[in-house]
Design a protein around this ligand. Structure first.
Ligand code: OSB
Ligand code: MG
Length: 379
């Protein structure tokens, strides 16, 4: 099948978080994500989500840089040109460097459009017969003011049956906080995420974490580093998992070759889309390297894409793809994305992403919108 996109709608949508989320760098209480809608001349439609943070503290992109890149480069590159697969669509913006969050938003919409038109799910389009019917789910918990507040959050999600807990750490909220959690939960599958808060000089402190039997420590050092991580990994028993440092399957190959990590966090938006996420998965699977699916507190569209990629067989560890009620009171899709005893069902038999945008909810949460056509920008 061949598609010609004739209209790209960008919607800036704001949802409040059910609980403020603090990482080693900052706190947020709501998120603004860009929902991307593609339409072809013959009525085919596809939806994507650009899950960029509004501030440049996790990566250099922001909502506004994504809006700019989508409106001025990615949408114009796609509009009016026929494509037959999401990979071919992505060829149109190959010369755009970086800006992976922006690319992921529009690429995801191409996967949704193509899968809907073929009457299959994105999970099947990605994984064929190997796509699994459920994923194992964990939660990512922010830094809390006190260990008791963190323990209360952990209790809530352990009770719900989530399969592992990830806690954010940073200077002043590390060894003692982990010790408090381990004391209460000696056998809980537990990991920590530092979001680049440390340097090699902190190796002795990070080595103290070895005694807690953590599944892994995520991104302890620089967001742009794989050299120091290799040095650190040699000094730690706990496996290092890289998040911020990995922007492509090729980055993953180099990090693994250097010994900078033993586990990779596959995040669709950081990798610039589902195709690169799958390539990274395939590389790791071929090497026997475990991967799990990370997230950016996605709304329902991006979360459904996470569920789809997470259905691939190489995702052997529970990831951060939790039910959307963990982050939002009401999401913008139906059916809602919900966990049952720590598992999320994969909508293998529903076309496209399998969770459809409810337009009234999108409108109710809308901050602004813009339409781009082959003839230019309509406001
Ligand atoms: O480092 O994985 C991260 C959220 C925003 C920015 C970075 C990260 C995160 C999360 C949340 O950990 C994962 C989720 O629940 O989507
Ligand atoms: Mg992380």
């Amino acid at each position: 099948m061949s598609y010609v996109v004739e209209r790209v709608d960008l919607y800036l949508v704001r949802l409040p978080l059910v609980r403020p989320f603090t990482t080693s760098s900052h706190t947020k209480d709501h998120l603004d994500h860009i929902i991307v809608r593609l339409r072809t001349h013959d009525g085919a439609e596809g939806w994507g989500e650009c899950a960029s943070p509004s501030d440049p503290y996790y990566c250099p992109e922001t909502v506004e840089t994504c809006w700019h890149i989508l409106r001025d480069f990615l949408a114009p590159a796609l509009l009016g040109q026929p494509w037959r697969s999401p990979e071919e669509a992505a060829e149109r913006w190959r010369k755009v460097r970086g800006n992976n969050f922006a690319k992921a938003g529009i690429e995801m919409a191409c996967w949704d459009l193509d899968a809907r038109a073929r009457g299959i799910s994105v999970a099947r389009a990605l994984g064929g017969e190997e796509a699994r019917s459920f994923i194992e789910s964990g939660v990512s918990l922010g830094i809390e003011a006190t260990p008791d507040a963190l323990l209360e959050q952990i209790a809530r999600y352990v009770e719900q049956g989530y399969k592992r807990i990830k806690m954010k750490i940073g200077p002043g909220h590390d060894v003692a906080d982990v010790a408090a959690v381990r004391e209460r939960y000696p056998d809980l599958p537990l990991m920590v995420d530092a979001n680049s808060a440390y340097t090699l000089a902190d190796a002795p402190l990070l080595r103290e974490l070895d005694r807690f039997g953590l599944m892994m420590i995520e991104q302890p050092l620089g967001a742009d580093d794989i050299i120091d991580h290799a040095q650190l990994q040699r000094q730690l028993r706990t496996p290092i998992c890289l998040d911020e440092s990995i922007h492509s399957a090729d980055d993953a190959r180099k990090a693994l070759d250097l010994g900078a990590c033993r586990i990779i966090n596959i995040k669709v938006s950081r990798l610039g889309g589902l195709a690169e996420a799958r390539r990274t998965h395939d590389l790791c699977r071929a090497r026997g390297v475990p991967v799990w699916c990370g997230g950016m507190h996605e709304f329902g569209v991006g979360r459904a894409a996470n569920v789809a990629i997470n259905s691939l067989p190489g995702f052997t560890l529970p990831g951060d793809v939790s039910g959307s009620d963990k982050a939002y009171r009401e999401d913008i899709v139906e059916p809602p994305i919900r966990a049952h005893a720590g598992r999320l069902p994969v909508p293998l038999d529903r076309p496209g992403l399998g969770h459809d945008v409810v337009e009234e909810r999108l409108r109710a949460a809308l901050v602004r919108e813009e339409t781009i056509t082959a003839r230019g920008v309509l406001v």
